[in-house]
Design a protein around this ligand. Sequence first.
Ligand code: PRP
Length: 207
Amino acid sequence: MDTLVVDHPLAAQLLTRMRDERTDRAVFRQAADELALMLVYEATRALATEPVTIRTPLTETSGVRVTRPPMVVPVLRAGLGMLGPVLRLLPGSDTGFIGVARDESTHEPVPYMNSVPDDLDGRDVLVLDPMLATGGSMVFACEQLAARNPGTVTAVCILAAPEGVDRLDSTGLVDRLVTASVDEHLNEDAFIVPGLGDAGDRLFGTA
Ligand code: PRP
């Protein structure tokens, strides 16, 4: 798995805002939106394009369009906080939803929804989840995708723990991970440290 940690001062500033416990929900949500946009910009750098011919007001010229927009898969709930900017950049993409909640006592993923088509027909996939902690939720989501004939799979996470990165890497299910930070470690409750708390709760309220 190729891991890209986006190193950009504006991304770092947005992440700092998200980490700050004083940041209220509206500002947190806005920062998540803007940071997700930067991450997806990097995650889509290798998208295939094809040439198109258009006319400007002055002359005919050539340009490009994305050949086949990737499938976008937010992992519910928190992945919804990253969906808006992704669909702004990829308005032609289909969206499939995978619902999986982490059991906070066992830290195991508990699935509750899957609307991804049975056959992705080789389509590339962007999987969105702000947090890669133990990796259980992301691995579960990527196992669901692997059974559906995907093209390349790119995980886009605002924050990751080294434990989650290693676990995801060991599955061989993901081609690329794009994140704003690989933090220090998981604590005894499997929360990312220093982290930003519970992204789903900060975006949407306590589950
Ligand atoms: C959080 C987070 C990830 C998962 C990360 O979701 O958004 O999906 O936990 O933990 P893991 O890597 O150890 O699986 P949560 O289960 O709290 O659900 P939510 O998105 O509904 O808040």
